[in-house]
Design a protein around this ligand. Structure first.
Ligand code: ADP
Ligand code: MG
Length: 264
């Protein structure tokens, strides 16, 4: 699942780590790939990512196997992270001159042999080669949308990029999930934005909105997801519920595929 939106601060990283942790707490094996040079997802998962740590940069640019950089997340069994270090800031430019520059992450994931139920890729706030690598590697795009003014602005560009990558490099790619984040039910604006997004996207929008919650924003400074930091908070419960919707959709899709295969 590629978590993308070229706007910064909309809840990409927060949603990546909390959805991933929710699914792992329910017994799934989940890998988070941190593709943002800021390394916020690595920090939030309590993963060491100082400059010397083997990281996703080494995988993308040096061709190191993914298994050499993946670390287990201490707090949550079944959750793993490929960290990003500051090196990754240069990768956007270094990738330009490398062969198969758009599909290096895809190749690394294909060669990864550990069993996994989900892979979440946390994208940087841009549509450059790092995000393109994520879109080529994944099948489903998850777009977090912050319930504020201008929420839909700039989304057209992301959707066009998804279509371009789908048309040329990855026919499986589609926007499967829209997640409304930082929802403040007390404001009219939030409910108006939510309504507008639901009107625009329809069934891709998860029923669960993620509320604005101090506990969610505090958790990363303890190297934790909100699921372990404050498991009974509204933020934790809403991420669990959103993850449940994602898991159910996945199960339903698999069932449909079996039925189609059965009739062929
Ligand atoms: P992005 O990865 O899209 O840049 P982040 O996930 O880092 O966005 O979120 C931006 C900021 O908003 C962070 O400081 C984060 O802690 C905070 N934040 C994210 N989601 C929530 C929420 N539901 N409630 C309160 N703060 C949030
Ligand atoms: Mg981020």
């Amino acid at each position: 699942m590629v978590v993308a939106n070229q706007k910064g601060g909309v809840g990409k990283t927060t949603s990546t780590v909390n959805l991933a942790a929710s699914l792992a707490l329910h017994g799934a094996r989940v890998l988070v790939i941190d593709l943002d040079p800021q390394g916020n997802a690595s920090t939030a998962l309590g993963i060491d990512h100082h400059a010397e740590v083997p990281s996703i940069y080494d995988v993308l640019v040096e061709g190191k196997p993914l298994s050499d950089v993946v670390q287990p997340v201490r707090e949550v069994e079944g959750l793993f992270c490929a960290p990003a270090t500051i090196d990754l800031a240069g990768a956007e430019i270094e990738l330009v001159s490398l062969v198969a520059r758009e599909s290096r992450l895809h190749k690394a994931i294909s060669a990864y042999e550990q069993p996994l139920d989900y892979i979440f890729i946390d994208c940087p706030p841009s549509l450059g080669l790092l995000t393109v690598n994520a879109l080529v590697a994944g099948a489903e795009v998850v777009i977090p949308i912050q319930c504020e003014y201008y929420a839909l602005e700039g989304l057209g560009q992301l959707l066009r990029n998804v279509e371009l990558v789908k048309g040329h490099l990855n026919p499986k790619l589609h926007v499967s999930t829209i997640l409304l984040t930082m929802y403040d039910g007390r404001t009219r604006l939030a409910s108006q934005v939510a309504e507008e997004v639901r009107g625009h996207f329809g069934k891709e929008v998860l029923r669960t909105n993620i509320p604005r919650s101090v506990r969610i924003s505090e958790a990363p400074s303890y190297g934790q997801t909100v699921l372990t930091y404050d498991p009974s908070s509204s933020g934790a419960l809403s991420y669990l519920e959103a993850a449940r919707e994602i898991a159910l959709r996945g199960a339903r899709k698999q069932q449909e595929q079996h039925m189609v295969e059965g009739t062929q």
